[in-house]
Every structure is written in structure tokens, then in C-alpha cells.
Design a protein around this ligand. Structure first.
Ligand code: UD1
Ligand code: MG
Length: 468
């Protein structure tokens, strides 16, 4: 029979060592708040209930989780005062009063714990009522030590409470457990606070189980898997967790057929989706919910945020895309900036030093050089000359510019919105367009040119006289 599963996430602590105004668990790894990791893992475990034990900045932490997981069975248990990890779990008791089955106890600050490690703990534990995950570390530091009697785990002793012999033990507590619900809450009620920190220690559960003759299983992992269990307590730990998460994401996408010329320099958000035969050059950053289709090639130093990139698109070096949609076969950059609401239809081209915002470029349309195109609709096949600017803002409100299919906008044109240029119309270079241009018309607004014959020679003669 499959037992019901609940997850309790301990995240009430302030995270003092982060030295941050923000709760530790709201700091991010791979674009995701630390607290989202155990919630996501809980969902993968098929947990029917997820109880977050929150204290510091609980409103902010809860709001962040609800926004990211609107449909998850998340409840919040408040631990107003942080009296220790056992006390924190007891705060979840009321929420799980009618729950029977396995309770997984996870930490809010261990983002790189993998589902397969929890599955390995399950496999090692069988039906033991208490199962504890441990890690073998060269530097066991401040972690609780696994003390064994005849090979079996008999107690976990916090570093501060260790004898010198115990301190030398390299098997330490990862702070991740699976405990039968009924045993858990009964045993925790009996845990005291007679220790160096005067706190209620969850780790005392092990000795309590032993005393009650309840089986305790453990799994100790080592190497990279052990590193994946290390928690985030300060900024250096945060950077180490980021590095591990990035490494895992890069490996995952390379295994899925993505070429990375210099993997270590590529930065990925956990939400990124990449098709096979995508190429990422060095120093590419993919943030938010960015999706890239097959055959697309992202050149050096590009940064894409919440953008959708179609098949065979080329994003040239140094381009920044934010909330942009780029359809198949488009070419962007180098050094282009596509801001929110930019849509490039199939085969469109945006060249160097072009900025777009809330603008759609129709299929095959081109803005190849040095332009600002904002709040605009550009028809298919239109050509926007170098230095064209949509003057979309009068200091108070924004206005739209519409450019018809096949229109030709000469270089250095200002389009003062609201304004429309009809299908196939031409605008002469250097024009300031303040009124609509009918389809098929030529608009010219510049001053007619005047040439003054012999002017230079006469000027030179005047200048020579002055010097004499
Ligand atoms: C704990 C373990 C230690 C283990 C380590 C692994 C205990 C007594 N010690 O120590 O054996 O090696 O984790 O990382 O359990 N929390 C609360 N309320 C509290 C106290 C803590 O919610 O009153 C939360 C924290 O926010 C954190 C987690 O519990 O997410 C762990 O607490 P922390 O203070 O970091 O425990 P450690 O000293 O690291
Ligand atoms: Mg900790």
C-alpha cells in the first residue's frame, strides 16, 4: 500500500548570517527563491499536504510561494519565536492533526536537494518509522554529527554539544527526514531543551526513537550528492548553491541536445526551455521563462529575459531581450534591445543599436540600424531606415505609430505619434512626419536644399583680409 505523504518545510529562521533585509529563503538560486525548491520537491513527491513553518517575514514568504504555486496544497504554520527545529515541526502539528502517513521534513534553505536523493532515502529506509539523510563531508563544520552504536545511528549530536571525539565524525546530519506522522508528533512533545543553545532540537528524535525501540534508518551520501545537501547560511553558501544549480541545469540541457561553447559561462533560469540544436555562445544569460526553438543561435553576451525565440533565429552578440517574441528565421542585433511587448514576425530583422518596445514588426520587415521604434505596428516587408525614431511620448501620454506593409521610411525620420503611414508609402530621408501619409504617397517635410555658387572662395578671401 502506498502511504500518504505530507511535507513540512522549516523556514521560520531569519538567516542572520545572510546579513540581509530580506528573509534568507527569499534569496534566489537559478532565478527561483530558496523556499520554492522544497515546495517544488514536495509536489514531485506527490505530497497531499505541504506545511510551511514560517516566522520571519512570513507574509512575504507566503505570498511568494502562493504566487509561484497557486494550486499547491500549501498551508502555513506560524512559529512566532524560533525556539528550535523540534519546536518548529511541532508548530505544524495542528495542520496535520488528522494526517496519517509519512511526513517528510525539509529545510527551506537546501535548494539543490534532488528528488532522486529523497527516493534513495526511501529505498534505504523501507518501512522504518524514522529515516534520516546524512552526508559525508571533509569539513563537517557546524553540522550535527551521526553517532553510531554497533553501526546503527543512535543519536545526532549538534557540533556545539560534541565531545572532541564526536567532532571528528565526518558523517553529518543533512536535516532531511522522513518520519511516521504519529510517532513524529508524539516523540517531539517529549523533546527538551537541555543543550548548548537551549533550543528544542529535532535531532533528538533519533535518540527518542532508539529509547522507544522504534527503528531508525539512515542514508549517508558523499561527493557531489553530499554537496547538493549543504544548506545556504551565508552569501558564500548562496553562491555555491547557485554554482551547483547552474552546473545541473547546463548538464540537463546539454544532454537534451543544446550546444554550449563554454558551458561554465552560460547562466540559466530553472524555467528556461531549450530545444535540441540550440547553440549558446559564451556569456549568454537566459532569465525567466525564456523558450528557444530548435536551430536558434544565441551569440556571445546576449541576455534574454522572459522571451520566446523561434526556430533558426540568430540573436547576435550583446543584444538584450525582455519579454520579446521573435518568430522563426529572424535576425536580431548585434547590440539590439527588444523590450517588453516586442514581437518580430517571421524573418523580420532588427539590426545594431535598435530599440523596440510594444512594437510588432511584420514578416520580413527590417529596422537595420540605430532606431527607436516604440508603441508601433510595422507591416510586413516594411523598411525602416537608419536613425528612425517614433516620437511616442508627449511628456504625459504615449501614442501609437502605424506603418503599413511594404512602406519605406527614409533614414533619420521622426514619426510624431499618433501617426499612420499607409501601405507602400515612402517617407523621404530626414523628414519629421506629423500627419498621416496616404498609401502609395511620398511624404517630404524637410526644407528644400539651396546651393550658393562660389561661396567658399568668397569666404576665404574675407578671412584672409581679416588676418592681414
Ligand atoms: C540543523 C540541525 C543539524 C543539521 C543542520 C543541517 C538541529 C538541531 N540541527 O542545524 O543537525 O546538521 O540543520 O542543515 O535540527 N528553523 C525554524 N525554526 C527554528 C529553528 C530553525 O524554522 O526555531 C528552520 C530554519 O529556518 C532552517 C532550518 O530550520 O530553515 C534549519 O535551522 P538552522 O538554524 O539552520 O539549523 P542548523 O543549526 O543549521
Ligand atoms: Mg542551517
Amino acid at each position: 500500500m502506498i502511504r500518504d505523504r505530507a511535507v513540512v518545510v522549516l523556514a521560520a529562521g531569519k538567516g542572520t548570517r545572510m546579513r540581509s533585509a530580506r528573509s534568507k529563503v527569499l534569496h534566489e538560486v537559478a532565478g527561483q527563491a530558496l523556499i520554492h525548491y522544497p515546495v517544488s520537491l514536495a509536489l514531485s513527491l506527490g505530497a497531499s499536504r505541504i506545511v510551511l513553518v514560517l516566522g520571519h517575514q512570513r507574509a512575504e514568504v507566503e505570498a511568494s510561494v502562493r504566487a509561484a504555486f497557486p494550486d499547491a496544497p500549501v498551508e502555513v504554520a506560524v512559529q512566532a519565536e524560533q525556539l528550535g527545529t523540534a519546536h518548529a515541526v511541532l508548530c505544524a502539528r495542528a495542520a496535520l492533526a488528522d494526517f496519517e502517513g509519512d511526513v517528510y521534513l525539509l529545510s527551506g534553505d537546501v535548494p539543490t536537494l534532488a528528488l532522486r536523493t529523497v527516493a534513495a532515502l526511501d529505498a534505504a529506509a523501507g518501512d522504518a518509522p524514522v529515516a534520516v539523510l546524512g552526508m559525508r563531508l571533509d569539513e563537517p563544520a557546524a553540522y550535527g554529527r551521526f553517532v553510531r552504536a554497533d553501526g546503527a545511528l543512535s543519536q545526532i549530536v549538534e557540533a556545539r554539544d560534541c565531545t572532541p571525539d564526536q567532532l571528528a565524525i565526518d558523517e553529518v546530519n543533512a536535516g532531511i527526514y522522513r518520519v511516521d506522522a504519529r510517532f513524529l508528533f508524539d516523540a517531539l512533545a517529549g523533546v527538551g531543551r537541555d543543550n548548548a543553545q537551549g533550543e528544542f532540537y529535532l535531532t533528538d528524535l533519533v535518540a527518542a526513537a532508539r529509547a522507544a525501540g522504534v527503528a531508525v534508518a539512515d542514508l549517508v551520501v558523499s561527493g557531489d550528492e553530499a554537496a547538493s545537501l549543504t544548506g545556504v547560511n551565508d552569501r558564500a553558501d548562496l553562491a555555491a548553491a547557485e554554482a551547483r544549480a547552474q552546473q545541473a541545469l547546463r548538464q540537463q540541457w546539454m544532454a537534451a541536445g543544446v550546444t554550449m561553447v563554454d558551458p561554465a559561462s552560460v547562466w540559466l533560469d530553472h524555467r528556461v526551455q531549450l530545444a535540441s540544436d540550440v547553440t549558446l555562445e559564451p556569456d549568454v544569460t537566459l532569465q525567466g521563462q525564456t523558450t528557444i526553438a530548435s536551430g536558434a543561435h544565441i551569440e556571445r553576451g546576449a541576455r534574454l529575459t522572459d522571451s520566446v525565440i523561434g526556430a533558426d533565429v540568430r540573436i547576435r552578440g550583446g543584444s538584450y531581450l525582455e519579454g520579446a517574441v521573435v518568430e522563426a528565421g529572424c535576425v536580431v542585433g548585434p547590440y539590439a534591445r527588444l523590450r517588453e511587448g516586442s514581437v518580430l514576425r517571421e524573418g523580420a530583422k532588427v539590426g545594431n543599436f535598435v530599440e523596440t518596445k510594444k512594437t510588432e514588426l511584420g514578416a520580413g520587415a527590417k529596422a537595420s540600424h540605430l532606431s527607436y521604434i516604440g508603441d508601433a505596428a510595422v507591416g510586413a516587408g516594411a523598411n525602416i531606415g537608419a536613425g528612425t525614431i517614433t516620437c511616442n511620448y508627449d511628456g504625459v501620454r504615449k501614442f501609437r505609430t502605424e506603418i503599413g506593409a511594404g512602406a519605406f521610411i527614409g533614414s533619420d525620420t521622426q514619426l510624431v505619434a499618433p501617426v499612420r503611414v499607409g501601405e507602400g508609402a515612402f517617407v523621404g530621408a530626414g523628414s519629421t512626419v506629423t500627419g498621416d501619409v496616404p498609401a502609395g504617397a511620398l511624404a517630404l517635410s524637410r526644407t528644400p536644399q539651396r546651393n550658393i555658387d562660389g561661396w567658399v572662395a568668397r569666404k576665404q578671401a574675407r578671412d584672409a583680409k581679416k588676418e592681414a
